[in-house]
Design a binder for this molecule. Structure first.
Ligand code: BES
Ligand code: MN
Ligand code: ZN
Length: 512
């Protein structure tokens, strides 16, 4: 990953390959060309105070994500200035929004692929801004090239290495708050990028066993207790949901429990992740066009894994337990059939009407397992339904909960993290559609409101009296479009930063 430092160096004498500055759109009250953001004063002076004019000549407007490259002024050691758009100027007396800084830093880091060292002279009003820029750089510079020939120039951008070094100017390297903000950004971004790697890894290389082994090794490294239930242990424990989904695969399912504990913990947060390493749909096979990206169906488990490790690295004063429900959903002679009834870990029976509604089955067992410890709250994360993508689009995840206040807490955590999220209801009338003539419940209900139906199903497997929220990240987990801001193509690491914020709230005793 990109190496990060806080620096007080003067920009002109800085040995770097590029200087990154911010440029904003002119405000409605003072229309005109683009506006150079604070932090770039010395650069502006070197252009005789006419940097805004130069940028306007080059066609820059300051729009979010816009990147304009220009030669550095005479006397600068760095040869290149990269002006990155911050979008609208902030209102008077307030600084730039952390998310605007994160996105701009990410867009600049992407534009600097193949560059060795860049200095970032973006507007930093406080330590939190430094943390946001650091996150933007580290997340934006991410690339997944494990399967590419790195020596092959024909690979174009993929052949170039990500930005190697970034110096953040305008921060206070000796200030405790700045140092802590950058350290936090490094820990969270490293784990988030690891989650992206797991999501992007092809399913022939990442099956449940391989995922469990990676989680086990990382847990050991960070002093996290880890327990892996293999097929034999799952049979013994009666985990019918996880076993039923994994039954068709040559690679058996796993349930991984990661326990990070702090002696000073006041709260216990349990995180549950859907970890379908490949979702073919099973016997209810997905048609071509719907299965090419289904390696991403373990994004919830990847997010939970990343958040627990990040909590450990940050030494948060909370207990955070992660449950990874890992299985591969495949059709075969041993696969669960539509019409089969599974006896779940909770003891309830489920009639499987559609084997492609598998996420709720593995989550049901993991939610019930998590409930046995009576945590203060459970949050599950899953690429659960196509219906949620239809409802909220490809960048926003849905939040459902059995408690309005807790849903608002999760929503606030997402806002603080800079992740688009929206509250969704759990309408009671939709429960009827899941009535089964054979079992306690069916794994499918009405098609309309399918994301909410899935949420209602999960709710039945949360222990009595336990506060619970469900994040359906089917839209934002995997970016099929081009990269934007600090979000790459492919696995995005959706929900990691929201979960870390929740763990931090738990550490502050403010969970619910
Ligand atoms: N993994 C899919 C949901 C999904 C869809 C994730 C698109 C990411 C992008 C899930 O297991 C699934 O197949 N859900 C079905 C449920 C239905 C059969 C009730 C769906 O949404 O169609
Ligand atoms: Mn499915
Ligand atoms: Zn799935």
């Amino acid at each position: 990953m990109t190496a990060l430092t806080l620096s007080t160096a003067a920009v002109a004498g800085l040995r770097a390959d590029a200087i990154v500055i911010g440029v904003a759109k002119s405000s409605a009250s003072k229309p005109g060309g683009p506006v150079v953001a604070p932090g770039a004063e010395a650069v502006d002076q070197a252009y005789d105070g006419n940097l805004a004019g130069v940028l306007e000549t080059l066609g820059a407007s300051g729009a979010e994500g816009e990147v304009t490259k220009l030669p550095a002024p005479a006397g600068f050691k760095a040869p290149l200035v990269v002006a990155v758009g911050l979008g609208a100027q902030p209102r008077e007396n307030s600084g730039y929004d952390a998310e605007a800084l994160r996105k701009a830093a990410g867009a600049a880091a992407r534009a600097l692929t193949g560059t060795k060292k860049a200095a970032f002279a973006l507007p930093l009003a406080d330590a939190a801004d430094a943390g946001a820029v650091a996150e933007g750089v580290l997340l934006g510079a991410y690339s997944f090239d494990a399967y590419k020939d790195k020596g092959d120039a024909k690979n174009g951008k993929n052949g170039k290495a990500p930005l190697a070094e970034a110096a953040l100017l305008g921060g206070k390297p000796r200030d405790k708050a700045y140092k802590a903000a950058v350290e936090r950004a490094v820990a969270v971004s490293e784990e988030l990028n690891r989650a992206r790697d797991l999501i992007n890894t092809p399913p022939n290389d990442l099956n449940p066993e391989a995922f469990a082994a990676i989680a086990q090794a990382a847990a050991k490294e960070h002093g996290i207790k880890v327990q892996v239930l293999d097929e034999k242990a799952l049979v013994k424990g009666g985990y019918g949901g996880i076993l039923g989904v994994g039954a068709g695969s040559a690679s058996g399912p796993r349930l991984v429990k990661l326990s990070y504990t702090s002696s000073k913990a006041k709260k216990h947060l349990a995180l549950v992740g859907k970890g379908i390493t490949y979702d073919s749909g099973g016997i209810s096979l997905k048609p071509a066009g719907h299965n090419e990206t289904m390696k991403c169906d373990m994004s919830g488990a990847a997010a939970v894994f990343a958040a627990v490790v990040a909590a450990a690295r940050l030494g948060l004063e909370a207990n955070v337990t992660g449950w990874l429900a890992l299985a591969e959903n495949m059709p075969s002679g041993s696969a669960t059939r539509p019409g089969d009834v599974l006896r779940m870990y909770s003891g309830k029976t489920v009639e499987v009407l559609n084997t492609d509604a598998e996420g709720r089955l593995v989550l049901a067992d993991a939610l019930w397992a998590a409930s046995q410890e009576k945590p203060d709250a459970i949050v599950d994360v899953a690429t659960l339904t196509g219906a949620m993508v239809l409802a909220l689009g490809s960048r926003t995840f849905g939040i459902m909960a059995n408690d309005d206040d807790f849903r608002a807490v999760v929503q606030e955590a997402a806002e603080e993290a800079g992740e688009p999220a929206w509250p969704m209801p759990l309408p009671e009338h939709l429960r009827k559609g899941m009535e089964s003539s054979t079992a306690d419940i069916a794994n499918m209900g009405e098609r309309m409101g399918g994301g909410l139906v899935a949420g209602l199903f999960l709710r039945e497997f949360v222990g009595e009296g336990i506060t619970w929220a469900h994040l359906d990240i089917a839209g934002p987990a995997f970016n099929e479009g081009g990269p934007f801001g600090y979000t790459p193509k492919g696995g995005t690491g959706s929900a990691v930063r929201t979960l870390v914020r929740l763990a931090e709230r738990a550490a502050a005793g403010e969970l619910s």
